[in-house]
Design a protein around this ligand. Structure first.
Ligand SMILES: [Zn+2]
Length: 159
């Protein structure tokens, strides 16, 4: 597993900071806002979403992400800007240029962030990935975040 925090420090890629787990209680909508559009507060790591009236916590590490998600807080994380990803080719493309190293990094990072988004939807799962600590629902066989194979859990098999 590559060290994500190194990439934060290196800032080699254009990125967006997107809000991940906004599901304001009782409303069935996803906050569309990006971190940069939120109202700054005295704390650099917190901004106010005026649509939801919730504080959003910018999370730079996995442990911060899990801590805030478990506390039910809204979080934002950084993800590569789509301009960093390889162009999409549809159909039978010829002469497709090979991905550059930074495109590969952006792809890997983007996939991991999508896995984190998915994992955070299961923040109340009864188990966690033993490798990366992100929540893992019983029916999942591999970790969406790190790819670790933990197998499916069947809690009713004794019946
Ligand atoms: Zn994992």
């Amino acid at each position: 597993m590559s060290d994500i925090t190194t990439r934060w420090a290196s800032q080699l890629l254009e990125t967006l900071k997107t809000i991940r787990n906004c599901d304001v209680k009782g409303f069935d909508f996803v906050c569309p806002q990006q971190w940069d559009a939120l109202q700054p507060t005295a704390d650099e790591s917190q901004r106010l979403c005026t649509a939801c009236n919730e504080l959003v916590h910018l999370c730079l590490t996995d442990s911060e992400t899990l801590e805030h998600a478990r506390a039910g807080h809204c979080i934002a994380r950084e993800i590569p800007d789509s301009s960093e990803l390889p162009a999409m080719y549809v159909g039978r493309a010829t002469n497709v240029p090979p991905h550059t190293e930074s495109q590969e990094n952006a792809l890997e990072w983007t996939h991991r962030e999508r896995g984190i988004d998915d994992s955070l939807k299961n923040i109340d799962a009864e188990r966690y990935c033993p490798k990366c600590d992100y929540p893992a629902p019983d029916w999942r066989t591999t970790c969406r975040v790190c790819g670790f194979e933990f197998g499916r859990v069947n809690r009713h098999s004794d019946a």
